[in-house]
Design a protein around this ligand. Structure first.
Ligand SMILES: [Zn+2]
Length: 338
């Protein structure tokens, strides 16, 4: 089958050809014909060697939507049938460790990510366990479908982890990024007041109540907007560049939550200010299958912005586009039209 595949790490070693075998599905697996895939930093890390992958040669691709081609004989999910439109929860999990038993399958002690510890979806087909397959409504567009398992689930889980409450104020850095725009939409649904840090006024279309376009002015403007209380929750998926600003903008009993560090991961912290204000620092990753169901149930109210789409043959260009300065929305690969 056609796939984007590499034998040795490095973007230049990635090729697209017919050398990969069509995956064999076991009795408990579902074979999915891939339609549209989202392109995320994790895919770049997998190809560049920043994340160790298996097997080799390797097919990357962590955010996958498609159509069920075949169902294993012992598949228990009786709501799945051939021809269904589906998305794939991108976590490998054993279902038996203490994390899995607690419902935290994304933290499985023996797991990992599809597209990293297994072959991914930059290919015509992928076979995955039935428990990873979620049926989506027939009328859902593929662009949104290919944005639910990572881009949408991650900020939803982060806001849940931060226990964002009605009437609280949320400060979002990287607000015009893909996860940022989803965070804004969820925060509004949760009844919070959203302050977005972005140069792009368009974040208002996604529900931001206030937009701050200058990092230098964030602390002062948050003080003004919150009448001195400062933010209850700060979402910083940007990393070190927004760290000090995040920390200076958080109020008493506030929560700073992070799931990304594109601008760098090493930050300084004043522990005294942390405990005196009783601030909680929260690291968040992925999301649970239950939360993916939650996200699916709200999906008809969610908006996604697509910036560029590529063919499977252009996977390398799609991965490079992640770092384009003018990136403004999602990068997708249309596998079925390649
Ligand atoms: Zn587990």
């Amino acid at each position: 089958m056609k796939a984007a595949i590499f034998e040795k790490p490095g973007l230049d070693n990635l090729k697209v050809d017919d050398s990969a075998e069509k995956p064999k599905h076991t009795d408990h697996d579902v074979l999915v014909r891939v339609n549209t895939v989202g392109v995320n930093p994790i895919d770049h890390f997998a190809v560049s060697g920043a994340r160790q992958v298996k097997p080799l040669p390797h097919i990357p691709g962590a955010e996958i939507s498609g159509i069920i081609e075949k169902i294993g004989d012992h598949v228990e999910e009786d709501n799945l049938k051939e021809g269904d439109k589906v998305i794939i929860h991108n976590k490998v999990f054993d279902g038996t460790c203490d994390m899995c038993l607690d419902g935290l399958d994304m933290l499985c002690r023996n797991g990992g990510l599809i597209g990293v510890v297994t072959n991914g979806g930059f290919a015509e087909y992928i076979a995955v366990p039935d428990k990873n397959v979620f049926k989506i409504p027939d009328d859902m567009g593929w662009d949104l479908a290919a944005s639910l398992p990572v881009t949408t689930l991650t900020p939803y889980h982060a806001l849940k982890d931060a226990s964002l409450q009605v009437n609280e104020s949320l400060l979002v850095f990287g607000a015009s990024g893909n996860t940022g725009m989803m965070a804004i939409q969820f925060a509004r649904k949760m009844g919070a007041k959203v302050i977005a840090v972005s140069k792009n006024e368009q974040v208002k279309d996604f529900g931001a109540d206030y937009v701050i376009n200058d990092y230098e002015k964030v602390v002062e403007q948050v003080r003004e907007i919150t009448q001195g209380k400062m933010a209850d929750v700060v979402l910083n998926s940007v990393g070190v560049e927004a760290w000090q600003c995040s920390f200076d903008s958080i109020g008493v009993n506030g929560r700073v939550v992070t799931f990304g560090a594109l601008t760098g991961a090493d930050v300084k912290i004043n522990v005294q200010l942390l405990y005196l204000r009783q601030v909680k620092l929260i690291g968040s990753t992925g999301g649970t299958r239950k939360q993916l169901k939650d996200v699916l149930s709200m999906s008809n109210q969610l908006k996604i912005k697509v910036w560029k789409r590529f063919k499977l043959e252009e996977t390398k260009e799609a991965l490079q586009a992640l770092f384009a300065k003018d990136r403004d929305g999602r990068i997708l690969i249309d596998v079925d039209r390649s």
